[in-house]
Each structure stands twice: as structure tokens, then as C-alpha cells.
Design a protein around this ligand. Structure first.
Ligand SMILES: [Zn+2]
Ligand SMILES: [Zn+2]
Length: 211
């Protein structure tokens, strides 16, 4: 069980995003995990002077230095020890031993982020990968991409086959196809983490007893 799930620490590693974009990401997380996450705090972490970071190592550093329920965002490539070279660079990951998830924005950017629309798309993709990884922090697991949220978009936990799409194809087909709302199955799973909603419902009920 996660301790302190009502608050998430968002950590920017390096200069990948503006402060207002990080705020936008935090607000979207609060919206998608309504009743589960109540507040976010933004931190900055100096980036090591490297183009790639071992995902697991980064989660351990963030756990040590920041702690709690953490989402780290970096523009360095995140690598894993996977034997298969095709899979060893990831969009995001979550350490099963703590409550730290990390996201790499490196492969989420359109070919150039010179225009405002491109930058918006870059932030939007980062939001979607962040929702997926924070979902893992709550214990949600990946599922096939055909499970839709009630609004018709792909659930944030949906996943496709890398070798079918390639990185860019994957970003366009799966990540861009995701929305901000979870499918019924994930929503059902998340319900147990909604103490605030339960508290609110109880308050309403108590109120009703007064009449
Ligand atoms: Zn996943
Ligand atoms: Zn789902």
C-alpha cells in the first residue's frame, strides 16, 4: 500500500520543461486521479551531464533525495538492462520497490518544437505518459490497447507492441491515442484509493440524517 498517496512530488531533472508546463502536468494528474491525489509539489533536480540515464538508478536517487510518491521527468533517454536492444530505451518506468515513476520526454517531441503547437503536443504526450506511470504507482498494470475509456479514447494504461509500430509509430498510435480518462476496469481498481471521495460521501450522508 502506498503511504501518502494524496500528494505527488513532480521532479524535473534538467531543463526539459518550463515551470508552467510542469504545473499543467500536475493539474492534469490531479484531474485524472480526482479523489486520489489532492496536491502536487514541483522540485528541480540538476541533470547529470549524460544523454542517457539508467531508469532504475534514477528512481533510486529520487527515492533517496525526494521520497514519497514521485514522478520524475527527464529529457535524457531512460535505459533498462533489457537484453533486447529494441526495448532497452523506454518512455517511462516505475520501480516496484518504491513509489517512484520516471518519464523520458526525449522521444515524445515532434521533429522540431519550434512552434507553439509542437510544444503543446510535446507537453500533452508527456502528460499521457505521466498518467500511465502514475497509474503504475497505484498498482495498475499495462493492458491491451483496445480497452477504451468511456469518452472513446484509449485508456492511459493501454500499451501496444513496439515491434509493430517502432518508436515514432508507437507515439502516434498509442500515446497520442490515449486520453486522460481510465477505462472502466482501471477505474474500478482505482476506486479503493479514493478516501477523499468516501469522506465526502460520508459527509453528505451525515448531512442527510439531519433532515
Ligand atoms: Zn506500463
Ligand atoms: Zn485501463
Amino acid at each position: 500500500m502506498l503511504e501518502n498517496i494524496s500528494k505527488i512530488n513532480i521532479v524535473r531533472i534538467g531543463e526539459c520543461m518550463t515551470y508552467s508546463s510542469l504545473k499543467e502536468i500536475g493539474e492534469n494528474i490531479l484531474e485524472s486521479f480526482r479523489g486520489m491525489i489532492e496536491e502536487f509539489k514541483i522540485f528541480h533536480h540538476e541533470a547529470p551531464a549524460v544523454d542517457t540515464i539508467d531508469a532504475l538508478l534514477l528512481t533510486m536517487i529520487l527515492h533517496e533525495e525526494i521520497g514519497g510518491h514521485v514522478l520524475g521527468i527527464t529529457d535524457a533517454d531512460l535505459t533498462t538492462k533489457d537484453e533486447d536492444e529494441f526495448y532497452n530505451t523506454i518512455f517511462g518506468g516505475k520501480n516496484d520497490m518504491n513509489h517512484v515513476a520516471v518519464v523520458s520526454t526525449k522521444r515524445l517531441s515532434p521533429l522540431n518544437v519550434a512552434t507553439e503547437a509542437d510544444y503543446d503536443l510535446y507537453v500533452e504526450r508527456t502528460i499521457k505518459v505521466s498518467l500511465h506511470e502514475v497509474g503504475h504507482n497505484f498498482g495498475l498494470t499495462d493492458h491491451a490497447s483496445y480497452k477504451l475509456a468511456p469518452d472513446g479514447s484509449l485508456c492511459p494504461m493501454s500499451r501496444g507492441e513496439f515491434n509493430k509500430f517502432g518508436y515514432l509509430g508507437y507515439v502516434r498510435a498509442i500515446i497520442d491515442g490515449r486520453g486522460h480518462n481510465f477505462c472502466d476496469e482501471c477505474t474500478h481498481f482505482l476506486k479503493k484509493f479514493r478516501p477523499f471521495q468516501r469522506r465526502f460521501a460520508r459527509l453528505l450522508k451525515d448531512k442527510c440524517f439531519l433532515h
